[in-house]
Design a protein around this ligand. Sequence first.
Ligand code: GA4
Length: 329
Amino acid sequence: MVVQSQLVFDHFAPIKSCKRTALFTGIPVINLKDPEAKIQIVKACEDFGFFKLVNHGVSDELIAALESQTLKFFHLPQSEKEKAGPPDPFGYGSKRIGPNGDVGWIEYLLLNTNPQLISQKSISIFHENPEIFRCLVEEYISAMKEMACQVLELMAEGLKIEKSALSKLLKDERSDCCFRLNHYPPCPELEALSGRNLIGFGEHTDPQIISVLRSNNTTGLHICLRDGNWVSVPPDHTSFFINVGDSLQVMTNGRFKSVKHKVLADPIKSRFSMIYFGGPPLNEKIAPLPSLLEEGEKSLYREFTWWDYKSSAYKSRLADCRLTPFEIK
Ligand code: GA4
């Protein structure tokens, strides 16, 4: 028995584990069609940097079709999946996240959202019918972009600034967005031995303006509240979860804070998630919006472009605070 558990731990050695926390019932829920949504979005971004979006209008059939195609991919033999890797940063990845030694109990496909750039090596893996997958990915990404822009426009209205001030960055044809399909396999052995869950995706904030996450009905997503406590987000496969990213934190001069989050693998069920990351064009200056600065209010950040941020981010570890190098001390 001792030998057996040692083997299990050796196998999982570099992937850390963590205690689960209770399901949190206080996540703000925003109904996209509610006339009060703009006010509620601003409040949710100030209080949590995170909220759940319902009545979003995205077709259930589209979501289900993309989920089923992606699951087919994740169920292929490992050697087949690896033909779409390693991620550079786009492509198929397993256990390794980013270029600097981060690991997690996860496999994923990371795609560029520009149709011309959607990695051919990732798409071609759908040997059964690559075109079906390509079309579903493109249709889903365009639904995500539209919805993210709607949210950003309501947010701008709630902030009493020009309606397109935020959404224009995603609408720009040079916007730098990406799309991630994650599979967190269950990990019952470790659970039985230690009563802990393996970390699927370690704690981090998202770099972009806004992220739109949809998962199946499996728990795992945890967010860090303003008081520093971590809570588990009840899964809801019919809704989307919106994260404030580092860029939006800067554009609001810290009024909104990017939400720290992580994912724990479930001991019994596979977790599957798809996330759209809405980022600005590479040459875009990331700075507090002048219309949001109060009289005499100074920027908390020195001037930088999205390219500067990305160059520095790709040298960082997942848990690092990627805005620190840009803060004015
Ligand atoms: C975190 C959010 C997105 O998943 C991601 C990640 C990216 C990657 O997996 O390549 C990064 C990570 C994420 C932030 C710091 C760098 C880059 C891994 C990493 C260590 C796609 C993104 O945009 O930033």
